[in-house]
Design a protein around this ligand. Sequence first.
Ligand code: NAD
Length: 337
Amino acid sequence: MEKLKVGIIGCGAISGVHADAIMSSENAVLTAVADIDQDVCKEAAQRYGCTGYTDYYDMIRSEAIDAVHICTPHYLHVPMAIQALKAGKHVMVEKPIAIGVEEAGELIEVAKAAGKHLGVAFQNRYNNTSKQAKALLEKKALGEIKGIKGLVTWYRDEAYYKDSSWRGRHDTEGGGVLINQAIHTLDLMQWFGGEMLAIKGNIDTRMLDTVIEVEDTADATVYYDKGAVGIFYATNCFTTNSSVEIEIHCEKGMLTIKDGELTKVCDGKKEMVVDDHHDGKYKSYWGDSHKKLIESFYKGIITDDETYYVTGEQSICALEMIKGIYASAKTGKKYYF
Ligand SMILES: NC(=O)c1ccc[n+]([C@@H]2O[C@H](COP(=O)([O-])OP(=O)(O)OC[C@H]3O[C@@H](n4cnc5c(N)ncnc54)[C@H](O)[C@@H]3O)[C@@H](O)[C@H]2O)c1
């Protein structure tokens, strides 16, 4: 079968992870890149030996590409994805799918109307630890879930925000630690815990208030449909990027994901279930699973089966949780889904 021809829009920090995954794929070839910054565009095109475009629309129009990966600032995800879908391309969009739930919904409708695949980069669902935890929960190996704890304590300084001016602003990033850093953990909390009834949370800007207009710290309580409780805390104000920590307390024991390991405690016995073999090539807090996610997306395209990847619809739940945290922070009341 002929390989899928793929283009990348946005050649910044995360794009190299996508390029490496595309170039090592048996199912795809990196055909073109686009970046509005001429130097960045030229450098990326040279590095990957492909055509470079400073106008992404020219790339979509001129190149015979089958799929695009959107690795641009958050506010550009929806308009770029819509243009690409309307031009007949499949779309893999970096997280978040959109800044708001409503525009994410519009994008999903456009993908359906175009009959094209739309995947979202929640790569942490493909970590060995996440997949194994999900499998244990599905077969109720430890009984029903009673509570889920998600902690994200990272470090982002002024330089990080100055480096890319779209970060730290409501109109271009769409939020702070919630929509950018902690969205993966929110996604896992809902993937593990299932349907949610309501959420209640708070946001604050504790350290970076002179640098950013969005929150650098947030917390929430999640009320799951079946009575379980979720506890969530995220901050960009710690002094280092600690491992994300997820604890799932079940009737018969506890599952913990931390430091790239899944451990199980049952009947007083602690057991290491699986680890994530992080090879250190990319930042540890990005994880190593983009390649698996991207390969699954291509399998979904080739077999026309969306069960292989994280769909637009699936990615909306985390966005809805964020919307709920912002809403309840304003009203002081629970936000019902
Ligand atoms: N999945 C993950 O773990 C992960 C990790 C890091 C970043 N991301 C996501 O990846 C996306 C990009 O983040 P980043 O850190 O690489 O940002 P970045 O600022 O480093 O790069 C963005 C690039 O987009 C380019 N760009 C801006 N406007 C453009 C336009 N109109 N046309 C073409 N190119 C344009 C910029 O010139 C820049 O090179 C964001 O959605 C971010 O949340 C995801």
